[in-house]
Design a protein around this ligand. Structure first.
Ligand SMILES: C[S@@+](CC[C@H](N)C(=O)[O-])C[C@H]1O[C@@H](n2cnc3c(N)ncnc32)[C@H](O)[C@@H]1O
Length: 245
């Protein structure tokens, strides 16, 4: 079974770049402990193919600038940048050593469409150079939906889309995410549940669309969105983390 074909992608022209990315990740992991996934199969399926599934609905088409919030070791940015040379990606993470790794790896792959920034979403969301500047924000496995909504939606232009990649998603989390989106000037636009090719792991992509300017009181200061999530109790967060563990 061709995992790319299941996502309706012809990955053949990009295989050399993905092989190089895999070597960089294995090497980077030795020094920096970047990922728990270390077998070739897991890296290809659960990092590369999973990252590419971010665009399973074609939501990146027409986007010039995409911000990847909480990119970690460069996911989904690096796989997406390989297959979308016409889109400019800004990979953001709070952890500097991860961002330095992403920067080195993008340079070694010759990906001129990747820029990086070590910062927290709560700071960028209050910085006019970034607030309401992006056509798309992507985020894979970063936070519960209501938390992610507060971190990401202030960064979107009106009409822009947040594309959130999740593992299993409860109805409770989705409902809280929908309420948070409304509070922040957005709507729940689309939810797609699917299985990863080959491994058949459950995945969901949640898309929110920005409808109006986010009220200036959001995002709240660093750490508050995850400590006191909008419309979502700490007990619920704990249960959702237990389920993902
Ligand atoms: C579980 S990792 C996921 C990394 C990557 N997206 C992936 O799918 O492999 C979550 C990442 O989000 C980053 N992060 C969490 N909260 C953040 C915030 N408020 N601002 C910036 N980065 C954040 C963390 O540093 C971490 O690297």
């Amino acid at each position: 079974m061709d995992a790319g074909a299941e996502l309706q992608l012809d990955l053949k022209p990009y295989l050399p770049a993905f092989a190089q990315l895999q070597s960089a990740l294995i090497e980077g992991n030795r020094q920096l402990n970047l990922t728990a996934l270390t077998t070739e199969r897991d890296i290809i399926l659960k990092h590369f193919v999973d990252s590419l599934s971010c665009d399973i609905g074609g939501w990146l088409s027409g986007a010039g600038h995409v911000l990847d919030l909480g990119t970690g070791a460069g996911f989904p940015t690096l796989p997406l940048a390989i297959v979308n040379p016409g889109i400019q990606f800004l990979a953001v993470d709070a952890t500097r050593k991860k961002i330095e790794y992403v920067s080195r790896t993008a340079a070694s792959l010759g990906l001129s469409n990747v820029e990086v920034l070590a910062s927290r979403a709560e700071l960028l969301g209050r910085d006019l150079a970034h607030r309401e500047q992006y056509q798309r924000v992507v985020a894979r496995a970063v936070a519960a939906l209501p938390v992610l909504a507060e971190l990401a939606l202030p960064l979107l232009q009106i009409g822009g889309l947040l594309i959130a990649q999740k593992g299993q998603l409860s109805a409770e989390e989705l409902a809280a995410g929908q309420q948070a989106a409304a509070e922040l000037g957005a709507e729940l636009f689309h939810v797609k549940h699917f299985e990863l090719p080959i491994s058949r792991d459950q995945r969901s992509v949640v898309v929110m669309r920005k409808l109006s300017a986010t009220p200036s009181r959001y995002p709240r200061r660093e750490g508050i969105p995850s400590k006191q999530p909008l419309f979502w109790g700490n007990e619920q967060i704990k249960r959702s983390e237990d389920k993902e563990a």
